[in-house]
Write a protein that binds this ligand. Structure first.
Ligand code: ATP
Ligand code: MG
Length: 433
């Protein structure tokens, strides 16, 4: 320990040398005075020596022991150098702990791209094997494979500006990073080191990709009805409304396509509103039986048109939940509408409400074509539609189940989907009690 080197030991030799160093003028003056007294015959040799000893003893007794510990200028310099060193050491320790607590991965590399420091996050994200204790001493290229990164490091060694770049690292799961590179000089040997900070952006990139995909899909879906509407309007403008049969045909197409565009815009708006309200907990107590009854009334016309039998199976008169009534009604309409739309001719749709000790479930069972397993996890993605060969276009936007999923999340409920090709599907909303 450096402090030990500077602990002063108090030896007899030291005491005497310190006293003599500090009191030498006084002692010399005393000896000279006694010698003068002896020469003039005022003191005998014996009394002069005796007097001298008493005087020196008095000086010893008056000596302030603290003075014995006072340091020379050199020792003072050494001590302040050590205390600075100690301060630097604890500062470095704090810095290291701080760098370790940063979620970004940080590497410092020296010559030949050898790793001389890697923080905790770098270790967790990039250490490829549990058999090695630390990446220090390894080449950076053995843990990060990116030619783009190494070219930038090479450029940075010859230029003085810092670099910001993006890299994508392949792997089981592709990861993307924002990378910041800067030069740092090692204070001990004037070596040029490079600091590399990697900030993971995989989730952010995924969210941004989803957003652009969503905008592309929404514009594409809107483009279709609008193109048709524009085409019909241009034809009518050119040829007029004289041919009554054709005109009626065109107008009913106009209505259908404008309804499709309107539905899409309504769905987009309701998805957006749901996302904005996602953090607000629903506060009303509602009776699910009443909501199901009203959905039943709203959709019985559609069911009759498609020759589908709608049935309810509800044992009790009251099933209370804390919810937003409008949202729950919207979710149930979307599920029941699908069960009618994607059913077989003369099919059946059952609305079943049941509860047990800790949950309450609402299930819509249909006798439709069923959905193959690979599509089921993707049904709640926005704009996801199962392509049914040779089937007529039912005009959906592919947003219905995405809305249901959002509503379920806001109500801390789960959407459970089961289906068998040729037998039908069941969609359940399960609420916690
Ligand atoms: P929207 O509901 O927005 O008008 P949509 O019905 O096509 O359009 P979703 O409700 O999200 O969109 O449904 C997504 C897809 O899931 C549908 O296109 C359909 O292929 C399939 N699907 C949904 N419900 C059923 C069901 N009961 N039986 C068979 N397929 C279904
Ligand atoms: Mg739908």
């Amino acid at each position: 320990m450096p402090e030990k080197k500077f602990q002063k030991s108090l030896t007899l030799k030291k005491v005497i040398s310190e006293i003599f160093k500090q009191k030498i003028p006084v002692i010399l003056a005393t000896v000279a005075l006694l010698f003068l007294f002896f020469l003039t015959g005022l003191f005998s040799l014996v009394s002069a020596t005796l007097f001298g000893f008493i005087f020196i003893a008095l000086i010893l007794a008056m000596q302030n022991p603290e003075n014995l510990y006072s340091l020379s200028a050199d020792e003072k310099d050494n001590l302040s150098a050590v205390s600075l060193e100690l301060k630097n050491m604890s500062f470095l320790k704090i810095m290291n702990e701080g760098i370790d607590s940063i979620p970004d991965s940080i590497f410092i590399i020296g010559e030949n791209e050898i790793i001389i420091h890697a923080n905790k996050s770098a270790d967790q994200n990039f250490r490829t094997s549990d058999n090695i204790q630390s990446m220090v001493g390894f080449r950076l290229s053995s843990v990060i494979r990116s030619t783009h990164l190494f070219e930038s490091i090479k450029d940075l060694r010859s230029s003085k500006t810092s670099v910001k770049m993006e890299i994508i690292l392949p792997g089981e799961v592709e990861k993307s990073f924002d990378v910041y590179l800067s030069r740092i000089m090692s204070p001990s040997d004037d070596e040029l080191n490079i600091l590399i900070l990697l900030r993971e952006t995989t989730d952010l990139k995924k969210a941004m990709d989803l957003r652009s995909e969503f905008i592309a899909n929404a514009s594409h879906e809107l483009k279709t009805p609008i193109t048709v509407i524009k085409g019909i309007a241009e034809t009518l403008d050119k040829y007029g409304l004289e041919d009554e049969r054709n005109s009626k045909n065109f107008i009913s197409k106009l209505l259908k396509e404008s309804e499709r565009a309107q539905l899409l815009i309504e769905d987009l708006l309701s998805l957006n509103q749901l996302e904005m309200r996602q953090h607000l907990l629903p506060g009303e107590t509602i009776n699910l039986v009443n909501v199901i009854d009203s959905v039943f009334d709203i959709l019985s016309d559609l069911a009759n048109k498609q020759k589908i039998t709608l049935e309810k199976s509800i044992k009790k008169k009251k099933y209370l939940i804390t919810a937003d009534e409008k949202d729950i009604s919207r979710a149930i309409i979307n599920i029941v509408e699908n069960a009618i739309k994607y059913n077989k001719k003369n099919g059946k749709v059952d609305l079943i409400l049941d509860d047990n000790d800790d949950s309450l479930s609402f299930t819509v069972k249909d006798t439709g074509l069923g959905i193959s397993q690979e599509h089921i996890p993707r049904l709640t993605e926005r704009f996801y539609r199962v392509d049914i060969p040779n089937s007529i276009d039912l005009g959906g936007t592919g947003l219905g189940l995405a809305i249901v999923k959002n509503i379920a999340i806001r109500h801390n409920a789960t959407l459970d989907i089961k289906s068998k090709i040729g037998e039908g599907s069941s969609f359940s909303l399960i609420f916690k009690k």
